[in-house]
Design a protein around this ligand. Sequence first.
Ligand code: BES
Ligand code: MN
Ligand code: ZN
Length: 475
Amino acid sequence: MSQTLSRLVREAADAVPITCVTRESWPGIEAALPAPQAAYARATDFSPKAGCLALLPDAEGRVAAVLFGLGDGADPLLAGKLPGLLPPGTYRFSPTQNSDVQNSDVQGSELRGFDVQGATLAWLLGSYRFGRYRAAGAERPALAVSESVDAEAVTRIAEAVARGRDLVNTPANDLGPAEIEAAIRAVADRHGAAVTVVTGEDLARDFPLVHVVGASSPRAPRLIDLTWGPVDAPRVTLVGKGVAFDTGGLDIKPSSAMLLMKKDMGGSAAALAAAEMVMGSGLNLRLRLIIPAVENAVSGTAFRPGDVIRSRAGLTVEIGNTDAEGRLILADALALADAEKPDLLIDFATLTGAARTALGPDLPAFFTEDEALAQSVAEAGAAVADPVWRLPLHKPYASLLDSKIADLNNVSGGPFAGAITAALFLRRFAPATRAHVHFDLYGWNPSTKPGRPEGGEVQTARLVHALLSRRYPRA
Ligand code: BES
Ligand code: MN
Ligand code: ZN
């Protein structure tokens, strides 16, 4: 982990201070700078616009201070740019920027709200690199943090995100169902969680949809079930789509659509990252993590369009398209989760291209029937810069999934409302749990943005951790 993230250090004697400035606070801060530094900032065209950087020299030409523009202060992850911009060395966020401003007449409310803890997290999230297949790159800047920052909490979150991103970035030749299981066991071991795994004949009998999707691959499918925490605490169950690679099956994807399908286990990575955050911060809940892990391959043992499978829940499903495999494996996992009527059920899945068409790669869709829960989800996402957008579980569209020979089809015949029909399909398998949130996410940053390096991303994990921290705080 030390290789994928930049370092946080405690001692800060000679750390270079970084002053973050908004358009509003800059005039006051500029006026308080030593004259040569103010002149240097002007001469090098520094401005408080978002992402603008100035390295201010001392008389010996060493970097004495850093100015960093926050623009209007709207992007809470902007400090995530810094590890990529700064030369090696040790830095700290300047605490003086707050007092300076409070003592001047520019009492910018945004600046007084400058959130050092949030900026520290953004820094770590932005420092991530996927290092598995390359020699370590150039040394990265380190960040010294003061006592006011809960470095442990921030590190815990950033490391869980980094491990999740590593899983998404790891290509399918090195990450099949067995490796997903190993990754879950490694997290479980660190936190004293119990893990059971169902495979083989047991899987075929008890989780027929997981079995049938995974039967196309020589890498055995499995249902991974982790539990942690006191049995009498509120029960929270996380379910994640773990498709190690999605060829589409016999309804094979064109090459352009298949290219990125190593990320089709992004839901399981997000669920595992959220679980790791929950266990690490010792929340007062009984956690269950259920991951169906399969490879959706093409072979003589692959399931076919037109097959009818009796699911764990007893509903028969006609296969309209083998590329709608995620909802199939989730259906059996949700049926297992629903049987114990959890207090809260959350599933995570790279489920539909339609959700991306609607909202783009950066904004996962979420679905729930529970209005109060919907409000909490949206608020938690906004609070930790892990944004989501609600789409409706429009009941009349359920008939789009009608089958002529089975209880339901796994796809709708038409081109409309693909993310909604997928969500409605899932709801059929968790009828006893109203407090159910379904996240349809992309799991990938198509290009680098502050705090979000290009590549695998564990969308909604930090949101869920924030939501659960509020509901079930550590006792
Ligand atoms: N894993 C894909 C969905 C996906 C595609 C997510 C691209 C993110 C980016 C899923 O298994 C799938 O193939 N869904 C199909 C469903 C269709 C056959 C009803 C889709 O969205 O095209
Ligand atoms: Mn698919
Ligand atoms: Zn898929």
